[in-house]
Design a protein around this ligand. Sequence first.
Ligand code: 3LM
Length: 394
Amino acid sequence: MWESKNIETNTIHGGKKSQGEFGTLSTPIYQTSTFVFDNVQQGAQRFAGEDGGHMYSRLGNPTVEELEARMALLEGTEAAAAFGSGMGAVSSAVLALLKAGDHLVTSHRLYGCTFALFNHQLPALGIEVSFVDLADEQALRAAIRPNTKVIYGETPINPCMTVIDLDTVAAIARQHDLTTVIDNTFMSPILQRPASHGIDLVLHSATKYLNGHGDVVAGILCGPGELIDRIKMTTRKDMGAVMSPHDAWLVIRGLKTLHLRMQRHGENGQLVAEYLQDHDAVEKVYYPGLPNHPGHALLGRQMRGAGGVMAFELKGSFEQAVAFINKLQMCKRAVSLGDAETLIQHPASMTHSTYEPEELAEAGISRTLIRLAVGLENAQDIVADLGQALSVAR
Ligand code: 3LM
């Protein structure tokens, strides 16, 4: 298998299998549920793990495996596992690492459904969960108990872009022999590679930047070979959140332009964040590319760019915030992020509606907070649309 020292080349060629029977440039879509055995003995050998051949697409599929090999290379890990959604990756990872009586340390700031999984489903299974500020080293150290097994975080965090120091989290985890899981969805491996900071498992909602075209729901987990194999053969196999071959093919296609897209998302993000910050109708902008953002200090050391997502507050009322969002013409009112189209949404009532009001307050998500996922359009068109809609907020 061919690989380069340059990530831009690996997004295109990394993990590529042979050209196959017809020498196709594009990866074949092995759209099959099952695989034929020559005889009973061969089938038995495959199920016993003695023969590397395929058995059934929930257990492994060649198109999906090409994506997994490429993602492992991009994140700098030994292996990767693909899932039918980002939440499939989150649930399969934590349920493989935790059992009743174990303890998980995480942040009170998380993507809404990850928060719901940790706040409701895990405690119902007898797994203890502590929500702390993972950007606060002392708070993280104080949360660790004898039964703690895992530290789980996102960085930057959805939606306020809080940045967690990966070196600090990895060092604390090593001292206590804990497994670390970092959701790298907002950065992609182009802007941040958590494994190079000592993080064990790197997670993606591949629905977002990795695919990049708003037409797939998918997830990826990258990490050590033994742990990834265990997840594939336990929680992924038995709970079944697998990625389809066709979705894997779409993500493989999306990855080929990931480096170009991340560059443009970042340029547009910076320009739009500065425009909003300078606008007299805007109260506050949360974007690590702005020097006043607490995460700005980690740009360069941990992140190669600030990406395309930001959150902001207008100076006016809740009704004015709603009127502003409703007045946008080009920017689309939609959840999700990482697409060519600029997407705007209201976290308190949409992505983070899984939080109770007091939980929202603790996570820093006010009723007037707006999240903007800047797309690949000409930045002047994005600014013009925001500008005409901001007139309602004056
Ligand atoms: C969103 N986020 O608009 P899927 N991790 C992170 C995420 O942002 C998400 C997931 C995991 C959004 C989805 S809200 C209904 C729409 C940091 C998803 C979960 O299962 O692929 O959606 O990934 O913020």
